[in-house]
Design a protein around this ligand. Structure first.
Ligand SMILES: Nc1ncnc2c1ncn2[C@@H]1O[C@H](COP(=O)(O)OP(=O)(O)OP(=O)(O)O)[C@@H](O)[C@H]1O
Ligand SMILES: [Zn+2]
Length: 728
């Protein structure tokens, strides 16, 4: 039995007489007593005989067994066991990750929650004409529903429609709501040939390579510049799989599922599409899980944890923006969804497609070694061309609220031409710190020893590390002065200044703060596409695969921090971000420009990226990694430990560091870059080996030691295999 507790073992239970043995299956959810609680466990093995080392008197009895169709299929169980092994994570917790929240609860709903579906009624011509004239948005919604056998509320919300639009159409009897489960019909009939684009030669070669590999495992990297039409390749590559009634799993970055992307899938495939992302509630996610499990969902589009969705007849996996770090879970079970997806494809003997303009070095290295099929898209699709990047030296010129004069001029010219401008700054809030101008006191979070970020809209100081909050003080608590002022700039401040500077245009901010409400991001993105706003200010949320045809100028502010980071991956991540953000400019027929403000225009990284492009930069940077034996040419595991006293984690890690690992280098213990967070002192120990097997041997040795390590009980420790972010 796998039980959701942090212990790396399985547990044995016996069946009560009330449950016949035929009612219990591998993969089933059962309720069992554990310690003083009752928990949901998953059956991993069924043994007729008790193992020798277990005393029958000590075995507890299963309380009840769930009979609804939520059994984990054996292939998924096998995958999860592999993951537990690879990430050295407690099996019970790994299994939990694969269950939707509602199935982790003891009292699961006896019946599945109902999904609201909407479809069209017969409508008379007058109603349609009046809609096209008076309510274009309602007409859009009507047209969309007309194309489909039924769309769910979660899909419509993700597409940026509102409940009130639906209600209005329902009242007018133009659409109806039903509660049917997924329609069953041949998916082949749902392929829409009409809207297919005719592919470029480069695109066509990739689609046929994928088509030719549908019956076996193969990993395809689509290494295509921004705007080269990767999505069109995914869509056409999916056709055969769907036509043969097999399922497709599409993984996208955290907020990468834009209304535009979804509507392209909707338009092309009139088949059941189910979603899994943070904008959905627990019931909606359970429905997706269930429909995928039953084989009723033709396409599942989801973020990281969707990689664990049970899919009865999975035929193809697609990972969009494969380099995106949101595929890596950064706490508890620290898995990488891309790596697990590859494992899953291999296990099921099906192809997997990774697409990006800026491949991660791990992926690029595999492609260069011919482990993956490396496909390139070197040109932008249609008649669009790559935008030119220009570095703006700001070391010796005055800035107007953070923007150089030539930048403001270019912005103005662009806006006057009726085009849109995107301003990127990767720092939300109004200002990253506030200080006293007289005594130089800085408002710091005591629990993290880091400055508070000032959020003007809320009138609060918020710690971005522990989420701690405080009112903005009216006076300096040290000297009583009232000259307490913000230092530095965040998106909120830039937004305010741009609103003042360009009064005749509308500015909108897109960051985690402005899009907190469900459906808000979809709404804003739709407004941008409809040109209701001309200036977009935002964080990296704006980098992820968006396609705004009228954005012709991209301005990037304050990117210099990453040029001097001690994290060896900082350059890679910075290059990816820069190219992705730059890639939002000039994606349609109008040419685009990218202006990057920097204090260090001569910096070799910037020079290389601007003049030679990402691929050249990556090859150079990978040579350096190879020379130093760093990933992807070496394998790492990071052991983190934290406690209320700094000596505890350090002593704990010291005992680990003193173990004699063979073929494995050990660095540390060292204080984490964020040495204190939420009141806890944090230390790191880094293990590195030339071969993965050496690293895993060392980890096994380490786990045995930890079992009897006194210090282990005094700290919170965790293990991160293939860590992506060493600063955390
Ligand atoms: N063969 C084609 N002919 C004409 N237009 C195309 C073709 N393929 C794609 N396009 C158009 O090019 C635009 C960009 O395509 P898409 O968004 O798929 O690019 P991408 O490679 O995913 O970009 P990014 O990496 O920046 O997300 C879209 O508007 C798409 O409709
Ligand atoms: Zn804090």
């Amino acid at each position: 039995m796998a039980i959701p507790v942090p212990m790396r073992q399985l547990f044995t239970y016996k069946l009560p007489e009330s449950i016949p043995q035929t009612d219990i299956h591998v993969g089933q959810r059962v309720v069992v007593p554990f310690s003083h609680r009752t928990v949901i466990a998953i059956v991993i093995n069924i043994n007729q005989q008790l193992p020798d080392n277990i005393d029958i008197k000590k075995i507890k009895t299963i309380i009840s067994a769930n009979q609804e169709q939520t059994q984990l299929p054996s292939s998924l169980l096998a995958l999860l066991s592999l993951c537990a092994n690879y990430y050295q994570h407690p099996i019970g917790e790994v299994m939990q990750t694969a269950l939707p929240a509602l199935l982790r609860k003891i009292d699961t709903p006896s019946a599945l929650p109902n999904m609201q579906w909407f479809s069209c009624n017969e409508v008379n011509q007058d109603d349609i004409i009046s809609m096209t004239k008076k309510a274009p948005k309602q007409y859009q919604l009507y047209k969309l529903l007309l194309q489909h056998n039924g769309l769910s509320w979660s899909e419509l919300r993700t597409l940026g429609f509102s409940k009130s639009q639906l209600n209005t159409l329902e009242q007018k009897k133009i659409i109806v709501q039903k509660e049917v489960v997924t329609p069953t019909y041949k998916w082949q009939d749902g392929l829409n040939e009409k809207d297919k684009l005719s592919l470029s030669t480069e695109q066509a070669i990739i689609v046929s390579a994928i088509d030719n590999s549908l019956d076996h495992f193969s990993c395809h990297l689509i290494d295509g510049v921004t705007g080269s039409g990767k999505t069109e390749v995914y869509l056409q590559a999916m056709e055969q799989t769907i036509a043969s009634n097999k399922q497709v799993l599409v993984l996208v970055p955290e907020i990468g599922l834009t209304p535009q992307t979804l509507s392209r899938f909707e338009q092309r495939f009139n088949v059941p599409i189910f979603l899994h992302h943070s904008g959905l509630n627990d019931a909606e996610r359970l429905i997706t899980w269930q429909q995928a499990h039953l084989g009723c969902a033709a396409i599942v589009i989801g973020t990281r944890s969707a990689v664990f969705t049970p899919l009865q007849k999975l035929g193809l996996i697609i990972i969009d923006e494969e380099h995106d770090s949101s595929f890596k879970q950064q706490d508890s079970f620290r898995y990488h969804a891309r790596d697990i997806a590859i494992l899953r494809a291999r296990q099921l003997n099906i192809p997997i497609v990774l697409g990006t303009a800026t491949p991660s070095f791990e992926t690029l290295n595999n492609a260069l070694q011919h482990k993956y099929q490396h496909h390139k898209l070197t040109q932008r699709a249609g008649n669009s061309i790559q935008s030119k990047i220009t570095l703006i030296d700001i070391a010796n010129q005055p800035l107007n609220f953070g923007l150089a004069k030539p930048v403001l001029e270019k912005m103005n010219n662009t806006l006057v031409r009726g085009e849109q401008v995107l301003v990127f700054l990767n720092r939300r809030g109004f200002a990253p710190a506030i200080n006293c101008q007289e005594c130089h006191w800085i408002a710091q979070c005591q629990r993290c020893n880091k400055p508070y970020t000032y959020h003007k809209g809320q009138g609060l100081l918020i710690c971005h590390h522990c989420a701690g909050q405080k009112r903005l003080p009216s006076q300096c608590p040290e000297c009583g002065s009232i000259r307490v002022t913000p230092i530095g700039q965040g998106t909120e401040q830039i937004e305010q200044h741009l609103q003042e500077q360009f009064k005749q245009f509308s500015t909108i901010r897109i960051d985690r703060d402005s899009t907190r409400r469900k459906g808000e991001l979809a709404k804003i993105l739709k407004q941008v596409t409809n040109k209701e706003h001309q200036i977009l200010v935002g964080t990296q949320m704006l980098a992820k695969g968006h396609h705004f045809p009228d954005v012709t100028l991209v301005v990037m502010l304050d990117i210099d921090g990453a040029l001097f980071s001690y994290d060896f991956r900082a350059a890679e991540h910075m290059a990816q971000l820069l190219i992705q953000v730059a890639g939002r400019a000039g994606r349609a027929s109008k040419p685009g420009k990218v202006l990057v403000q920097t204090q260090y225009p001569q910096h070799p990284l910037l020079q290389d990226l601007v003049h030679n492009g990402y691929r050249h930069f990556a090859k150079q940077a990978m040579l350096e990694r190879q020379y130093a034996g760093l990933p992807p040419f070496g394998y790492q595991a990071l052991i983190r430990a934290e406690a209320n006293f700094p000596s505890y984690p350090e002593k704990f890690l010291r005992t680990i560091a003193s173990l004699n690992f063979e073929h494995c280098e050990v660095a540390g213990p060292m204080p984490a870059a964020m040495e204190k967070r939420a009141g806890k002192y944090r230390f790191h120990l880094l293990l590195q080996a030339k071969k993965r097997s050496f690293l895993h041997q060392a980890l096994a040795q380490l786990l045995v030691n930890i079992e009897n390590n006194e210090w282990a009980k005094k700290v919170r420790w965790s293990m991160d295999i293939d860590p992506l972010d060493l600063s955390w």
